[in-house]
Design a protein around this ligand. Structure first.
Ligand SMILES: [Zn+2]
Length: 432
C-alpha cells in the first residue's frame, strides 16, 4: 500500500437524491459497454494451473485436501487499456468520459469477482451486470455551491442533468463538502460528498490490536482498553460451522457449496456490523483524534509470528482501520518491535510469563500497554513530520504517571453499547 499517509485526508459521505430526469438509454448503454469491457478483459485473462491446498478442522487437528485451480491474471497494461477504450468509444454517443467510467466499473467488478473466486465463494463464471446504472466521473460533474446545484454533463454542450440539493435532509451535513463521483440510476442518484479534514487541535491515539482487545493510548486519558471478545466469538461460531461443512464437502459439493456461501455471507455481515458499530463509537468518543495503527503490510518483513500470535487476524484488523478511515483520520506506523521496545529507555525488552515484558534497566511492563504506547510514540513522530509539529498535545507523555506497570484503574462499561468499550484510567478514576 502506498500513499497511506498522504495528506490531505478526506471524509467521504454518500447520499441518495431522487430525480425526474429522463436518462433515456444512457444507463442501459453504459451497462452494455461496461459488459463489453468485462467480456474483453475476461477473454484476455491468463489462466494458470496451480495446486491449492485446502484446510479444515476435525476436533483439534487440521486435515488437508488438494485441488487444481486456475488462477487468473487480469490484463492491465497501458496498451491493452488504450485499445479497449478506443474500441468502446466506437459509436458511443454520450460524453466520452462515460467510457472511462465504464472501464473502471468493469475492472472493479472483475477484481471483486477475483477475490471471491480466490476465497472459493464464487465459481469461474464471468460476471454480468443485471441492473442498469451509470458511474459518473468527476470530470462530468460541476457543483455550484452557491446555488446548491449539481450539474452532470450527459452530452457535452448539449444535454445536462441538474440536481438541486438545497432541500435535501442531509444538506446541512455536507454544505461545505465537495462532490466526488456520482452513481446515476433511473429516478435516483447516489452522490458522494468529500471533505478534507482539518488538522487543528488533533489528539494522536495509539491503537494496538490484540486478540481480545484494542488497546488505545491517549495522551491525556492514558491507557484505554476496548473489549473485542464479542468479535472473536462471532467469528468462532461461524468458523466451526464452516469447518464442519468443509469436512463433508465432497459428499455433496453443490448443496454444501451453497450452504458454505450462506454461512460465509452471514459471518461477513455480522463481522461488518460489529466493526461498523465499534468504529462509529470510537470516532464519536474521540472526535478530534488521529488514530495510529501499525502498518500491517510491514509485518511480512519483521517479527510476524510473535506478533500475530497475540493479534486479531489480519483481515479484521485491516477492516477496523479501513472503516475508521471513513470516520476519522488514520495514520500507519512501522510495527517493528512495538511490543518489545522499552517505553522509558528504548532498549529491547524480554518477554516474561503472561502479559509481562521486562526491561533490564527500567523494570516490568504490561505488553499491551507497551504496544499501544509505542505505537502512539511513533505516531507522534509521524504526525509531527507530516504536519510540521502543530496541534498534537504531547504534554505529559514523558511523565511517570503515564507509564503504568499494570492497569491500575477500574474497568467501567460504556454507554450506549456496554459490551464494546471499557475505559481504564491510570489514576484509578473512571473516565468518560
Ligand atoms: Zn528501559
Amino acid at each position: 500500500m502506498t500513499n497511506k499517509n498522504k495528506l490531505p485526508t478526506e471524509i467521504v459521505l454518500t447520499y441518495k437524491v431522487k430525480h425526474n430526469y429522463d436518462l433515456k438509454d444512457l444507463p442501459t448503454e453504459f451497462i452494455k459497454i461496461a459488459q463489453k469491457a468485462v467480456d474483453i478483459i475476461w477473454k484476455n485473462i491468463d489462466w494458470k494451473e496451480t495446486e491449492v491446498k485446502h484446510r479444515y478442522k476435525v476436533g483439534n487437528k487440521y486435515k488437508y485436501y488438494k485441488t487444481i485451480r486456475l488462477i487468473p491474471k487480469i490484463p492491465k497494461d497501458k496498451d491493452f487499456k488504450r485499445e479497449l477504450r478506443n474500441y468502446l468509444l466506437n459509436g458511443w454517443k454520450f460524453a466520452s468520459h462515460y467510457v472511462d467510467g465504464a472501464i473502471k466499473v468493469s475492472y472493479s467488478t472483475i477484481e471483486s469477482w477475483k477475490s471471491n473466486y480466490m476465497e472459493g465463494i464464487r465459481s469461474r463464471k464471468k460476471p454480468t451486470f443485471k441492473r442498469p446504472f451509470v458511474r459518473v466521473k468527476n470530470t462530468l460533474i460541476k457543483y455550484d455551491k452557491e446555488k446548491r446545484e449539481v450539474r452532470i454533463t450527459i452530452k457535452p454542450r448539449e444535454e445536462y442533468l441538474i440536481l438541486n440539493i438545497k432541500d435535501e435532509w442531509f444538506y446541512e451535513r455536507v454544505k461545505d463538502f465537495d462532490i466526488g463521483e456520482i452513481i446515476l440510476k433511473n429516478n435516483e442518484a447516489l452522490i458522494t460528498f468529500k471533505k478534507q479534514l482539518n488538522f487543528d487541535k488533533k489528539v494522536a491515539i495509539g491503537v494496538d490490536c490484540n486478540l481480545k482487545s484494542l488497546d488505545l493510548y491517549h495522551p491525556e486519558k492514558g491507557w484505554i482498553r476496548v473489549n473485542v471478545e464479542e468479535l472473536h466469538r462471532i467469528k468462532r461460531v461461524y468458523d466451526v460451522i464452516v469447518d464442519k461443512l468443509k469436512s463433508i464437502y465432497k459428499k455433496a459439493p453443490k448443496r454444501i457449496g451453497r450452504l458454505l456461501r450462506k454461512y460465509y455471507n452471514r459471518r461477513k455481515n455480522r463481522v461488518e456490523d460489529y466493526i461498523n458499530k465499534l468504529t462509529s463509537q470510537l470516532s464519536k468518543l474521540f472526535l478530534n483524534a488521529i488514530f495510529i495503527f501499525e502498518d500491517l503490510d510491514k509485518f511480512n518483513m519483521y517479527d510476524k509470528n510473535s506478533n500475530f500470535n497475540r493479534s486479531l487476524d489480519r483481515t479484521s484488523w485491516r477492516k477496523i482501520a479501513k472503516r475508521l478511515e471513513y470516520k476519522s483520520i488514520v495514520f500507519y506506523v512501522n510495527p517493528h518491535y512495538t511490543s518489545k521496545t522499552c517505553p522509558v529507555c528504548g532498549s529491547k525488552m524480554e518477554s516474561q510469563e503472561g502479559q509481562v515484558v521486562k526491561c533490564n534497566n527500567c523494570g516490568a511492563f504490561n505488553r499491551q500497554f507497551v504496544g499501544c504506547f509505542n505505537i502512539f510514540k511513533r505516531g507522534i513522530k509521524l504526525v509531527k513530520k507530516i504536519l510540521g509539529g502543530v496541534g498534537v498535545p504531547v504534554s505529559g507523555v514523558e511523565s511517570d504517571d503515564l507509564l503504568p506497570n499494570e492497569p491500575r484503574g477500574e474497568l467501567s462499561s460504556m454507554k450506549p453499547n456496554p459490551d464494546v468499550v471499557y475505559i481504564v484510567n491510570l489514576n484509578g478514576k473512571t473516565l468518560l
